[in-house]
Design a protein around this ligand. Structure first.
Ligand code: RP5
Length: 167
């Protein structure tokens, strides 16, 4: 049987870890296996290359890569794989603008699909990874649809609960 498609979550430092929690929650809710590692484009360049080289054997299909400051990890990973790379800029300095620009401004030929800065970025990156995997996984597609419907219902419930007498 073919291995279940996995998502790699790579972060540039253990200080980024708390921001990944809710995104990981999304993957878990959708029953998507993941592989989480701290790897740095600048501080562990050989380890990054070795991980990406081994990733097909591990069943990795999509990479979620979070890094702050001069955030090169997403670009370096993308340079070594043809699998989709989703970059999450991290707000460790300059409100994350440094990382946003470093992640989004890839030169032509090597794309990194960049999402929102920080915690929301990891949530959206997980959903985007799920959408990519759902293109070839009907069950995941149906689960994603349910996820979206639940979110819609939640917003409508919140609308009903607003105390308009206070306005
Ligand atoms: C980046 O530098 C990391 O992704 C982190 O966001 C930032 C700061 O790293 P530490 O100094 O906390 O290790 O590489």
């Amino acid at each position: 049987m073919m291995k279940k498609a996995k998502v790699a979550i790579l972060i540039g430092s253990s200080s980024d870890l708390p921001l990944t929690k809710e995104g990981i929650g999304v993957l878990q809710k959708l029953n998507i296996p993941f592989d989480l590692h701290v790897l740095s484009a600048h501080r562990t360049p050989e380890a990054v290359l070795s991980y990406v080289k081994k990733s097909p054997k591990k069943g990795i299909r999509v990479f979620i890569v979070g890094a702050g400051m001069a955030a090169h990890l997403g670009g370096v990973v993308a340079a070594h794989t043809l699998n989709p790379v989703i970059g999450v800029p991290i707000d460790s300095k300059l409100d994350g603008l440094d990382a946003l620009l470093s992640t989004v401004q890839m030169p032509k030929g090597i794309p990194v699909a960049t999402v929102t800065i920080g915690k929301t970025g990891f949530i959206n990156a997980s959903l985007l990874a799920a959408e990519i995997l759902a293109l070839s996984d009907g069950r995941l597609f149906r689960n994603l649809k349910k996820f979206r419907q639940e979110m819609t219902k939640g917003i409508l419930r919140a609308d009903k609960k607003i105390d308009r007498t206070m306005l």
